[in-house]
Ligand binder design. Structure first.
Ligand code: PDD
Length: 284
């Protein structure tokens, strides 16, 4: 696997960073995950916009122009073998003596990028759906920043793994559903697709946008509004989205079936439309 680190391409085994990197010491950095279909980065402009939003959120100057990012990304994609890849892009505030305050004057940010083959969920998972647990969303109030400091998300995801499940659905203040530990969540009730609004309590998913655009373009009834926890537990269907998982049906929550416990009609329709979109738009 060839990776990119601070201006150079190299085998991942040769990549080294300082133990004083603020990403290592403080989790002081942001990241992006960008799917690549047929060697073309999907929604690159939107991913770079979200990256800029994250960098602004942590007050770190963007080390590259969009043209430079595009050049690095295209080169990394070319140097890796798979036709479909997912890029992991990681920027930290750089290497400095350990001090919470920003280095002054600023130091060079650390820029790391790697690529892995993008493997979409296997047919059996699409057929069965996944099981989830729910938990209190105990993260900070800037979940719109794609921060590398993911300890809360790691601990929350592990609750699902410990219960033999795939993802944890997060409930803020015992009231509203925000998202999954590493995914966005949609509710289906009476034929309508419900999505929580993009705010400071969730990551604005690129796949979330795609799903809402597909719903819009195909006359699927949908509404973006706050979703009460009770609506999650009383849903006809629950759906999970992310760049690497695309769209999945959640068929069990906290050990109980969601709806009739099988992937539902909304999932089947959105998954089919997502595959059409991938073929016609993402690979184009
Ligand atoms: N995670 N919410 C959270 C907290 C996430 O970490 C992710 C993605 C999403 C979905 O966003 P998108 O559709 O843009 O992938 C929502 C990535 C895949 C990860 O951390 O690996």
């Amino acid at each position: 696997m060839t990776i990119y680190l601070n201006g150079q391409y190299m085998p991942i085994e040769e990549a080294k960073i300082s133990v004083l990197d603020r990403g290592f010491i403080f989790g002081d950095g942001v990241y992006e995950v960008i799917p690549v279909y047929s060697r073309k980065a999907f929604r690159l402009e939107e991913h770079l916009l979200r990256l800029q939003h994250s960098l602004d959120g942590i007050r770190l100057a963007n080390p590259h122009s969009d043209a430079e990012w595009t050049g690095i990304i295209n080169e990394l994609v070319a140097r890796n073998a798979a036709e479909d890849q997912y890029l992991y892009l990681h920027i930290t505030r750089g290497v400095a003596k350990r001090d919470h305050a920003f280095p002054n004057p600023p130091v060079r940010p650390t820029v790391f990028m790697m690529s892995n083959p993008l493997l979409t969920p296997p047919a059996e998972l699409l057929g069965s759906g996944i099981a989830c647990v729910s938990a209190a969303d105990n993260r900070w109030l800037r979940c719109d920043i794609k921060a590398i400091a993911l300890l809360p998300n790691v601990l929350l995801r592990q609750l699902a793994i410990d219960a033999g499940c795939a993802e944890t659905i997060l409930i803020r203040d015992n009231k509203y559903m925000t998202e999954g530990a590493a995914s966005n969540i949609f509710v289906v009730k009476d034929g309508k697709l419900l999505a929580p609004p993009k705010d400071n309590l969730m990551l604005p998913g690129i796949t979330y946008d795609v799903i809402l655009e597909i719903a819009d373009a195909n006359g699927i009834p949908h509404e973006v509004r706050k979703i009460a926890a009770t609506e999650v537990f009383g849903a006809d269907e629950l759906l999970l989205t992310s760049s690497t998982k695309e769209v999945l049906a959640i068929t069990r929550l906290d050990g109980k079936p969601v709806g009739d416990g099988k992937p539902g009609a909304m999932f089947a329709r959105l998954h089919r439309l997502y595959q059409d979109f991938k073929r016609d738009v993402m690979r184009a």
